[in-house]
Each structure stands twice: as C-alpha cells, then as structure tokens.
Design a protein around this ligand. Structure first.
Ligand SMILES: *Cc1c(COP(=O)(O)O)cnc(C)c1O
Length: 364
C-alpha cells in the first residue's frame, strides 16, 4: 500500500545543530557559537534542571497532577480559566490541537510568506489547504491588516505572527483586532506569540477575552529555554472549554516537561536576564553590523547580506552558525539569534569580516 498523497507536504528544515556542524568541520563543539534556532543562550533555568532531576524517578507513572498544576499556574498568570489553556508538547503541537479543533477536510487556511513553516504543515496534516499572504521586503515586512485582508477569502484559519519569525516585524494589537473583525465569524485568527516576551508591545490576551474567534499560541522554547523539553500551549476562547479533551493527545506533555515548566515560570531572574540580554543584542547588532538590519521585536534580527548561502558557509567555517533564510523565501538574508554578549559580539565581528571579504572579492 501507499501513504496518502503527501506531495504538497513540505519537509521542515531546522537550523543546523552544533554537533552536526562540528563533526563536518572537524571542530570542537565548545568552540562553536550557535545562533541559528532562536534558542536561549543561557540554557534552561537552573530551577527547571533541578526539577527535572528531582522528579526523574516518577516517570513510571502517567503525568496527571503536574499537568493539572501547570495548566492552573499558567491560567492564573494570564488571568484566564484553566480550561482555556491547551497545554501541548511544544508550540507546534499547540498549532496541531487548534487545527484538529477547527479545520474540516479541504478547508483553506491563510499563512504568512515569509513565515513559520509549521502553520502550513499542520494545516495539511489536518487535511486543510494552504494559501499565503505576502509580507513585502520593500515595505520592510510590515504587517498592516490589509496585507492579510487583501488575500483573505473566507479562510477557516488566519495565522498571524507577532513578533514575526524570521523578520521581527510586529502587528499592532488594534490591527489584529481589525483582522478578527473583518473576517467571518467562522474564521479563527491564530496569533502566534512565540516571541512576545522580547517585545515591548502588549500581548493579544485581551483579544481572546473580548472575542470568540481569536486564539493565542505560546511556547517555552524561547524565553524559557526549554526547547528540548517540547512545551507550549494555546489560549483559546472561553466558549471552547470542553473541546480540549476531544482533541488533545492523552498525556502528551511528559511529567518532567510539566515539572520543568512549573519551575521555569517561577524563575523570574532567568527570564529577565534572557529578555534584557536579547534587547541589548538587538541594539548591538543594529549599531555594529555593516549591513542593513530590520528592527525586531524578537530574540533575533534579520540581516540583508546579499548571498545568504555563501555568507552562512563562510561564517560557519569561522565557527559561527547562523540561519540561512532561503527556506523562508529570503535567499539574501540571514537571521541571527541574540546570544550572550560575548557570542553576539563574536557573531557580529565574524559576519562583518565575511561581508568585507565578499565585498572585496566582488570588486576585483
Ligand atoms: C519557535 C516557534 C514556535 C514554537 O516552537 P516550539 O519549539 O514547537 O514550541 C511557534 N511559532 C514560531 C513563530 C516560532 O518561531
């Protein structure tokens, strides 16, 4: 037998791992700086690590109490009910839960291009079809509501990312509201706030309270430094209270993941340091890089380098791993994740040297 027709499904291309690159180049992983996946440069919260160790001997039991406790804690922090918090093993799976809850076979969704690849992947897994709205480099990838609404044609789901990955641009809350108001009652607006901690803009939480057609997505992979644990959640309209039990994979979030999440939420020092350093790094790159950089609300910046693939290879040979944005449809740009102060400085120095070399080669 065969699989169903998967020809429209795309393969996710992750940023390259430290061990992978070190092996290829014959370098020591410790000498590499990896700023390609928007991970937390300080690692996980030490409190989260302690919680994982402390609960390691409980993993023979299905996770129940920890799951309830984490849902309650998040709900309490955000001022919503626990039923509105759809805890999931990663933000990606949070998108899957939303898709399971709303997308019927053949229904269309609208995703940003450039944008986060998993929206389209998730929609297709759930038998949806995908259309795109385009963010324009000439307009600095701005996200006015017309960008979405001009492409909108009764779609079942509209995905909005703010701060947007990989450009860093933001959609103002009033503009998200405009999109929700202008689209049909049966259209869900998913506002992906994977990076909201790094932004100075208000979250869309109020919109979820006001309306029954907006859901938020959050993750513990970025500001909380738990990318390897796979933890995220959606915040859904109050009206959807009993749908979670009908769409979630039972015990999808592990005991240790819940414990890590609970501890990470309490470690304000770790999150504060992470946010503060990311904001410093964004400024630093702006001031010191010899190329055009976009303002960013996230823990990364998008840099216009001319030929991303050549620049990425050259930086990698110097031990600095950046993200080639060709797979996002931006072959001239690289995305630099905000590192520690030392990592960020090294990345900027390396990139500047590489850019100078490319320039001098070009002029010969
Ligand atoms: C990182 C990210 C997510 C979620 O990541 P997970 O690691 O699956 O939790 C969601 N949206 C965007 C735009 C992201 O960059």
């Amino acid at each position: 037998m065969n699989t169903r027709d998967l020809s429209s499904h795309t393969v996710y291309r992750a940023g390259r791992g430290v061990e992978e690159v070190a092996r290829d180049l014959g370098l020591d992983p410790a000498d590499l700086v990896k700023l390609s996946s928007n991970e937390n440069p300080f690692g996980p919260s030490p409190e989260a690590v302690a919680a994982i160790r402390e609960h390691a001997d409980r993993v023979s039991r299905y996770p129940k109490t920890a799951h309830t406790d984490l849902r309650a804690k998040i709900a309490d922090r955000l001022g919503v009910t626990a039923e509105q918090v759809w805890l999931s093993p990663s933000g990606d799976v949070g998108l899957d839960y939303l898709a399971r809850a709303v997308i019927g076979a053949g229904q269309r969704v609208l995703v940003p291009r450039p944008g986060f690849a998993y929206y389209a992947m998730s929609a297709r897994y759930h038998h949806g079809a995908v259309d795109k709205y385009h963010l324009d480099p000439a307009d600095d990838f701005a996200q006015p509501p017309e960008r979405v609404l001009d492409a909108y044609d009764g779609h079942r789901v509209v995905y909005v990312t703010s701060p947007h990955n990989p450009t860093g641009s933001e959609m103002a809350l009033d503009d998200v509201r405009t999109v929700a108001e202008a689209t049909d009652e049966e259209t869900l607006v998913v506002l992906d706030e994977a990076y909201h901690q790094f932004s100075e803009a208000p979250t869309g939480l109020d919109l979820v309270g006001e309306r029954d057609d907006v859901a938020l997505l959050r993750t513990f992979s970025k500001a909380y430094g738990l990318a390897g644990m796979r933890l995220g959640f959606a915040v859904v309209p109050e009206e959807w209270a009993d749908a979670y039990a009908r769409v979630n994979t039972p015990f999808g979030v592990t005991e240790l993941t819940c414990r890590a999440g609970l501890a990470a939420l309490d470690d304000e020092e770790h999150v504060d340091k992470t946010i503060e350093t990311a904001r410093w790094a964004r400024e630093y790159v702006h001031e010191h890089i010899d190329a055009s950089v976009r303002d960013s609300g996230g823990n990364f910046v998008l840099v216009d380098v001319g030929d991303a693939s050549a620049v990425i290879d050259a930086c990698q040979r110097e031990g600095v791993i950046l993200r080639d944005c060709t797979s996002f449809g931006l072959p001239e740009r690289v995305r630099i994740t905000c590192g520690t102060r030392d990592e960020t400085k090294r990345a900027v120095d390396t990139l500047n040297e590489v850019l100078a070399e490319v320039d001098s080669c070009a002029s010969q």
